[in-house]
Design a protein around this ligand. Sequence first.
Ligand SMILES: Nc1ncnc2c1ncn2[C@@H]1O[C@H](COP(=O)(O)OP(=O)(O)O)[C@@H](O)[C@H]1O
Ligand SMILES: [Mg+2]
Length: 259
Amino acid sequence: MAHISFDQVQISYPGKSGAFTAVDGFAADIEEGEFVTIVGPSGCGKSSVLMAADGLVPVAGGAIRIQGEPITKPGPDRAMVFQDASLMPWRTVLHNVAFGLELAGVGKADRLATAGTFVELVGLAGREDSYPHELSGGMRQRVGIARALAMDPAVLLMDEPFGALDAQTRELMAGELLRIWDLDRKTVLFVTHGIDEAIFLADRVLVMGQSPSRVIEVMEIDLPRPRDAAVRASEAFGRYRTHLADLLFGSSAETPVAR
Ligand SMILES: Nc1ncnc2c1ncn2[C@@H]1O[C@H](COP(=O)(O)OP(=O)(O)O)[C@@H](O)[C@H]1O
Ligand SMILES: [Mg+2]
């Protein structure tokens, strides 16, 4: 059974002149341990799909199931990471990471120990007592990722988590994310604007069309793991990039970022 199945998903929002359908007929089966990226034009419904998978937005038609069970609300099996890590400014790094565990009723000593492990995992050892405003954008996203991972979700939902970072930091973070993912290979749904990022991370790329949107193409990314700079520079990577740029922009003249 697929870990997550999107069965002809429709997502609508109320509007002045009736409901506006943002996503229509979105279908995909995500296997356990798969790293799937989602790309598509701005406004095509990528965030909507992720929010619905988290149970924050209802589906107007079809269903999203996790291990066969329809999603109706957020649950401990899923964790979301947003573009803006939305950390609590009055809490230190360690206490931000421990926050979800606190809500889940984990005792203080245990949650701080667990949080410490994940702070270290994302490369922030030594910054436990820093406050968010003392961190760079990349570091804040690391905290957001640590906070999600500390809950040990089966599914990681990531909505352009590196979208606000500079290109170099973004590449670095993609490599870091793969290193962490490789430790226990959670199922990941990762939305991005970046063509290279989508290919570099993924087992499969789901390409969405214009709104009301659905999956218009699924690209299997047959590149070796672990992925590194050599993979990025390979001829095969270049072919995927050209193809994806063609799908998104109808031109492969450049290797743009779909903003
Ligand atoms: N809460 C909302 N209320 C009304 N319309 C929304 C809401 N959220 C998103 N939309 C609309 O749904 C469409 C898809 O949005 P979104 O999922 O954010 O796209 P993406 O993440 O691909 O840019 C857009 O037209 C957007 O304006
Ligand atoms: Mg979005």
